[in-house]
Design a protein around this ligand. Structure first.
Ligand SMILES: Nc1ncnc2c1ncn2[C@@H]1O[C@H](COP(=O)(O)OP(=O)(O)O)[C@@H](O)[C@H]1O
Ligand SMILES: [Mg+2]
Length: 322
């Protein structure tokens, strides 16, 4: 199991160090998909990157908590073990297939580098594996693809190549950060189907970062909703759709195209996600919430409202929506 326990992170904004993620706990289990949802700027990518300790290269600091892979702390691993974990046990698929590939090297060089970093294979074996991986992600003209440069590929093909690279060393966990956001809608559907197939066939544990509830419904078993650097609601996927409890989750659900009558404008949540350092000291959704009152001046705990494994960080979560 890949587990995050009470993790807090800080970033430096204009010389000031501020909390950007606080007290996030979540677990990714083999064969299950955990969705991490919320508007842009909520801290989803920081959280996903912390599962591989990637943020520390961009000035992100761990202020507390831990990440455990089968019980071992990623933060007490030596660099060599960490390199094996990255890509070997846990692989990441980023949002931007355009920038995640290096334009200077051929697709073949990049895939085979990953394969040979993690598996003891000679060049010919690595090439065979690369061709099989490409076929697995639906790219059948493998030989000419290996010789191609990223520039020559469409967005959808690049994302398939990145998925093939993520699968190169047979990882147990995949962290996918908005893997389809940068793609055309028709391509998105096919990439989602591919991810789903690979996840099921290989029994992968997956973290899917997205703001697309359609994708959540299709892919996820469990959902964490993030707002202003913390989890505000956590539940099995059914409960998120059938019985959302946090006003933020309810607002997000009302913004879905499916929940709006045809021809009517899409609902939007007024206001913006406050950036790190600008959070309300009580409930961080205070300024945008119709239910906010004096009781919300104190920062609520995630188990403020709880039923089974459904939790909501809101003192008014027990109220029925108007
Ligand atoms: N390396 C960094 N340095 C400073 N601020 C950062 C850094 N990374 C992210 N942030 C800030 O932290 C907040 C959360 O970012 P992020 O995790 O990327 O959000 P999301 O993925 O949910 O859109 C944003 O306000 C962003 O500007
Ligand atoms: Mg992001």
């Amino acid at each position: 199991m890949l587990e995050m326990r009470s993790l807090s992170l800080s970033v430096t904004v204009r010389g000031r160090t501020v909390r950007a993620v606080t007290d996030v706990s979540l677990a990714i289990q083999p064969g299950r998909v955990l969705g991490l949802v919320g508007e842009s700027g909520c801290g989803k990518s920081l959280t996903a990157q912390a599962l591989l300790r990637l943020g520390e290269y961009q000035g992100v600091r761990r202020e507390g908590g831990d990440v455990l892979l089968d019980g071992s702390s990623l933060f007490s691993m030596d660099q060599q073990t960490l390199r094996q974990v990255r890509g070997g046990r846990i692989a990441m698929i980023f949002q931007e297939p355009m920038t995640a590939l290096n334009p200077v090297f051929s697709v073949g060089t990049q895939i085979m580098d990953v394969i040979r970093l993690h598996l003891k294979l000679n060049k010919a074996q690595a090439k065979q594996r690369a061709l099989r991986l490409l076929a697995d992600v639906g790219l059948h003209d493998g030989e000419s693809l290996l010789a191609a440069y990223p520039d020559a590929l469409s967005g959808g093909m690049r994302q398939r190549v990145l998925i093939a690279m993520a699968m190169a060393a047979d990882p147990d966990y995949i962290l996918a950060d908005e893997p389809t956001t940068a793609l055309d809608v028709s391509v998105q559907t096919r990439i989602v189907a591919l991810l789903r197939k690979l996840q099921q066939r290989r029994n992968l544990g997956m973290l899917l970062v997205t703001h697309d509830f359609g994708l959540v419904a299709e892919m996820c078993d469990d959902v964490c909703v993030m707002y202003a650097g913390e989890i505000v609601e956590q539940a099995p996927v059914r409960d998120i759709f059938d019985d959302p409890r946090h006003p933020y989750t309810r607002a997000l659900m009302q913004c879905r195209p499916e929940s709006v009558a045809r021809g009517r404008p899409l609902a939007v949540i007024p206001g913006q996600v406050p950036p790190p350092g600008r959070w309300h000291r009580g409930c961080r959704f205070f300024d945008r919430c119709a239910l906010a009152d004096g009781a919300c001046e104190t920062h609520p705990a995630l188990d403020c409202w709880q039923r089974g494994d459904h939790r909501a960080r809101c003192v008014h979560a027990g109220k029925e929506p108007a």
